[in-house]
Design a binder for this molecule. Structure first.
Ligand code: GLU
Length: 290
């Protein structure tokens, strides 16, 4: 009996911690009373809503399809949310464009972000990360009939497109700026439109993102991924700095990898694009929370 009381109290504490995610003081009060927690928590155990930032325009990763959200990031987010006690109907999906991710976490507009979000030291100064849950590499997308670009060393004199606030745009500015013109857009889909229209010679970002965009029917046969990655992008779950759910999120990712759901989600969402993950880097080993 005592043990059961303790279990209920612990559930209440968990609900209290996670309830704080959506900043609802009433929920926190309820959760402080074990009796209330027992009767009022949802099936999954947590109360309230978990606001998750994802991309809305990256097919196979984070994609809004009417009222449906699909992709590998979405699948990982759902798995993690479930482990934290949130059912699918308790998730609110929020668009998190590359340039806005840190601000959205800092301003508590979202509780966590699963959006092809690379873990970097610079970002770690202002936000927290759990993971990584995937490792991609920066690559190039060019016109299907273009044989003049086979890697970043061929970019001199070329017009490039990437996204504001991404590591992809930053790397071009830092390492390949000489003789290269960089157009910055809010999203990669806009960059692919510019490539198909002939306004730019190449789009650059992570290979897994480029593969997803290249595979949509509108772009099929018009563009190709070069396939010569020149960085390691460790996708993390963006969290507010000093978040107390980091350990739980990391544990959920490890479980997802170990129980086969990670591979299943990858095959289901990314397989059709023909993208082959780097199997020396994937699945990654989840790092300790800082
Ligand atoms: N993974 C890179 C980043 O986090 C590029 C992809 C993106 O913009 O989401 O900046």
């Amino acid at each position: 009996m005592r043990a059961r009381r303790l279990a209920i109290a612990l559930t209440a504490v968990a609900a209290l911690t996670l309830g704080a995610c959506s900043g609802n003081a009433d929920e926190a009060d309820d959760a402080a009373d074990p009796g209330a927690a027992e009767t009022e928590t949802s099936e999954g155990g947590a109360e309230g809503t978990l606001r998750i930032g994802i991309k809305f325009d990256q097919p196979g990763l984070g994609y809004q399809d009417g009222s449906d959200y699909t992709g590998f990031d979405v699948a990982v987010a759902k798995y993690v949310a479930d482990k934290l006690g949130y059912g699918a109907d308790q998730i609110e999906w929020v668009q998190a464009p590359s340039a806005q991710r840190e601000t959205m976490l800092q301003n508590a507009q979202v509780d966590m972000i699963f959006a092809t979000y690379s873990i970097t030291d610079k970002r770690k100064e202002v936000v927290g990360f759990a993971g990584p849950y995937f490792v991609a590499g920066q690559d190039l997308l060019v016109a299907a009939d273009d044989d003049s670009i086979s890697g970043p060393e061929d970019l001199e004199g070329k017009n490039l497109c990437s996204v504001t606030g991404s590591t992809s745009a930053q790397r071009i500015k830092d390492e390949y700026a000489a003789g290269t013109e960089l157009l910055e857009q809010p999203g990669y889909a806009e960059c692919v439109t510019a490539l198909v229209a002939g306004t730019v010679d190449a789009v650059t970002t992570d290979d897994i993102i480029l593969a997803g965009l290249a595979a949509i029917p509108a772009n099929e046969g018009k563009v190709k991924v070069v396939g010569n990655p020149f960085s390691e992008e460790n996708y993390g779950v963006g969290l507010p700095k000093d978040s107390d759910v980091c350990e739980d999120v990391s544990a959920a990712i490890t479980e997802m990898i170990e129980d086969g759901s990670w591979q299943e989600a990858l095959d289901e969402n990314v397989g059709a694009s023909g993208y082959v993950p780097n199997d020396e880097l994937n699945p990654p080993t989840v790092a300790a929370c800082a």
